[in-house]
Design a protein around this ligand. Structure first.
Ligand SMILES: CC(=O)SCCNC(=O)CCNC(=O)[C@H](O)C(C)(C)COP(=O)(O)OP(=O)(O)OC[C@H]1O[C@@H](n2cnc3c(N)ncnc32)[C@H](O)[C@@H]1OP(=O)(O)O
Ligand SMILES: O=C([O-])CC(=O)C(=O)O
Length: 373
């Protein structure tokens, strides 16, 4: 069969299934989670409420919220085995490899791993949601020669995450910028990592395998890895005065400028204005106007030169830098947020599953035969 006219490289523009979890609309430049504009959720909701919304389809009532928060807080601490596997992973490994390995161990240690009822998968999703902050925070600390900090159950998700990473809860403006980033990163329909999770789920493999695969897909710089790549280019450029010249050189070399462009949005990423406001707050809080100047100059030059606008990774990278995270920890922070969307999609895929198996058009050698023996 040759169906070359149907080939859509990268599945560009192909609609592969329905989802009720989020709607990415490039025409109106909007993003809805279960019908709610992400900007409203970022302005008014905790990350815990957004996780609940993505998994259950509705925001929690006050009683549901209290019960959900209590369950999440009770699951935060790392088991000795997970701590040991993190310690065993060389610090030469990328932190995404550590996160992937830790999640894989959590799966391998779960006696209920193969149970794919919705109830069991909700329990697994909550466990990963609750444990990822400790994994990311501890990995960063041990690379800095610091001790593990145990979670606090008197703090909300965002405050506790930052406490475990840095040993103190930063100013409310910083905690809030972090919360906003988690909400914005939580979900984005059939992006590459979520689609990976759905492909793995479609074979009736388990939730942990799907999440482990999704982490691998997110690591790449064309997807989640772009947030740390943005910081690398900022370091390479140095300051605003060098930005235009740097961009000219990079485009001449046909380099992709990290943090710009998007497969779906062509007139700007709906999440960028909200994250940019959070970044502005951080720039003011930490008094770092030179970083803002570099950010703005590169954005303007890229828009003028190529007409390509920033995606969410462009403001998130410098925001995490200002909060004090190591650059290599930025994509693991994305994992901690996107675990909500991935697991919601895994459960949705299972509810109306069909094996995901596209076709290919063969363009190798014509049929040929081995010489007779
Ligand atoms: C949270 C997220 O995952 S958001 C995405 C994060 N990724 C990045 O920031 C990496 C940089 N961006 C990119 O590589 C791309 O914009 C992608 C991969 C995100 C989207 O790519 P696609 O939809 O496949 O668009 P494609 O790569 O075909 O680009 C179309 C054209 O714009 C150019 N282009 C797109 N993005 C960029 C960029 N960041 N820098 C330079 N040129 C770019 C391409 O070179 C191509 O030009 P051409 O037609 O002359 O060959
Ligand atoms: O939707 C995409 O292709 C990438 C993206 O922005 C995300 O996953 O948040």
């Amino acid at each position: 069969m040759t169906v070359t006219s149907d080939i859509r490289k990268g599945l560009n523009g192909v609609v592969v299934d329905y989802t009720a979890i989020s709607k990415v609309n490039p025409e109106t430049n909007s993003l809805l989670y279960r019908g709610y504009p992400v900007q409203e959720l970022a302005a008014q909701c905790s990350f815990e409420e957004v996780a609940y919304l993505l998994w259950h389809g509705e925001l929690p009532t006050p009683a549901e919220r209290a019960a959900f928060e209590a369950s999440e807080r009770a699951l935060r601490a790392l088991s000795p085995a997970v701590q040991a596997v993190i310690d065993l992973t060389p610090t030469t490994a990328h932190p995404m490899d550590v996160v992937r390995t830790a999640v894989s161990l959590i799966g391998a240690s779960d006696p209920d791993a193969e149970n794919d009822t919705r109830e069991a998968n909700l329990a697994k999703s909550l466990r990963l949601f609750a444990q990822l902050p400790a994994i990311v925070a501890y990995d960063q600390r041990r690379r800095r020669g610091q001790e593990l900090i145990a979670p606090r159950d008197d703090l909300d998700y965002s405050s506790n995450f930052l406490f475990m990473a840095f040993g103190e809860v930063p100013a409310p403006a910083v905690v809030d910028a972090f919360r906003v980033s988690m909400v914005l990163y939580a979900e984005h329909s059939f992006n590459a990592s979520t689609f990976t999770a759905r492909v793995i789920t479609s074979t009736l493999s388990d939730l942990y395998s799907a999440v482990t695969g999704a982490i691998g897909a997110l690591k790449g710089p064309l997807h989640g890895g772009a947030n740390e790549a943005v910081m690398h280019i900022f370091n390479e450029i140095g300051d605003a005065a060098a930005a235009e010249g740097w961009l000219e050189g990079a485009l001449t070399e046909k380099r992709k400028i990290m943090g710009f462009g998007h497969r779906v949005y062509k007139d700007g990423d709906s999440r960028v204005p909200t994250m940019k406001t959070a970044l502005d707050t951080l720039i003011e809080h930490y008094d770092r106007p030179a970083l803002l100047s570099l950010y703005t100059t590169l954005e303007l030059a890229m828009t003028e030169r190529k007409g390509i606008l920033p995606n969410l990774d462009y403001p998130s990278g410098p925001a995490y830098h200002l909060m004090g995270f190591d650059t290599a920890a930025f994509t693991p922070l994305f994992v901690a947020a996107r675990i909500t969307g991935w697991t919601a999609h895994i459960m949705e895929q299972l509810e109306s599953n069909a094996l995901i198996r596209p076709l290919s058009a063969y363009n190798g050698p014509d049929e040929r035969h081995l010489a007779a023996a």
